[in-house]
Design a protein around this ligand. Structure first.
Ligand code: PMP
Length: 289
């Protein structure tokens, strides 16, 4: 596998970063998860815009333009001869010393890994997944803004461990007020009648690129979509529930906290949105070649 690291394309076993890298020492960095389908990258601009905003948020000066970043991503795919892939773009504060002080880090580290996509087993897209509300809370948005995609994922990992220990596929994380924020690596939507609801960013939700796509599709097919606070009760009482993410795409949730959601099977609105999503992929992508 060829990895892009600090301006060079190298074999993955040669792609090493310093033990003094502040991304490793302190989670001081930002990232994006991006997806390519059949030779096209989906919503590359939206991902890069979010990355650039995350960099502004953590006050990391990037010496690369948006066009540079675009070229690095596309070239990583070409070098690996990948047409469909999951792409991880990571930028850290770079090598410093053992103090927290980011001014000791003179050059950010950048790397891009492109791999085969591998998330939930295929049958779960047909049957739906089980989720549990976990004890681990989402990092408070007034401590770390949920819109920034930083390397601070420890609580997401703890939440995933809790879900796995309970034989569930996904964790639903609450914020400090007991409202649902999102899942360990996905946004959440519920359907009630003709209404789609997803938690707003200020409740602790990442402004997911897939979440935005679903909102666009909903508008196109005449479904109302609102960003409103929801509690576990709203999910128990919903007709349908599903998650969105670059890796997961759209996946139905048929059970939360051992309660079936709606009829306990993937619903009609989900199927409709999934169809719309597949169409959207074809219509809105950047060609690799
Ligand atoms: N929330 C979290 C915590 C995530 O890690 C992700 C995956 N990037 C998402 C939501 C979904 O965002 P996107 O649709 O941009 O992948």
């Amino acid at each position: 596998m060829i990895v892009f690291l600090n301006g060079e394309f190298v074999e993955d076993h040669q792609a090493t970063v310093s033990v003094f890298d502040h991304g490793l020492l302190y989670g001081d960095g930002i990232f994006e998860g991006i997806r390519a389908y059949d030779g096209q990258v989906l919503e590359l601009d939206r991902h890069l815009d979010r990355l650039i905003n995350s960099a502004k948020y953590i006050n990391l000066h990037m010496p690369w333009s948006k066009q540079d970043l675009r070229d690095f991503v596309l070239e990583t795919l070409r070098r690996n001869e990948l047409h469909s892939a999951y792409i991880r773009l990571v930028i850290t504060r770079g090598r410093g010393d053992l103090s927290l002080d980011p001014t000791r880090c003179t050059t950010p580290t950048i790397f891009i890994i492109a791999t085969e996509v591998n998330l939930y087993p295929a049958e779960l897209y047909q049957t739906g997944i089980k989720a549990v509300t976990v004890a681990t809370r989402r990092v408070a948005g007034d401590a770390l803004d949920a819109r920034a995609k930083t390397l601070n994922y420890l609580n997401n990992i703890l939440s995933k461990m809790e879900a796995t220990a309970q034989q569930a596929h996904e964790a639903v994380l609450l914020n400090n007020e007991g409202y649902i924020s999102e899942c360990s690596a996905d946004n959440i939507f519920i359907v009630k009648g003709q209404q789609l609801v997803t938690p707003p960013a200020h409740m602790g939700a990442l402004e997911g690129v897939t979440r935005n796509i679903v909102m666009d599709i909903a508008a196109e097919i005449g479904l109302q979509c609102q960003e409103s606070p929801i509690r576990p009760y709203d999910v128990y009482a919903a007709d349908e529930c599903f998650l969105t993410g670059t890796g997961a795409e759209l996946i139905p949730v048929v059970e939360l906290d051992h309660r079936p959601i709606g009829a306990g099977v993937p619903g009609k609105t989900f199927q409709q949105l999934l169809k719309g999503f597949h169409k959207y992929i074809k219509a809105h992508a950047v060609l690799i070649d």
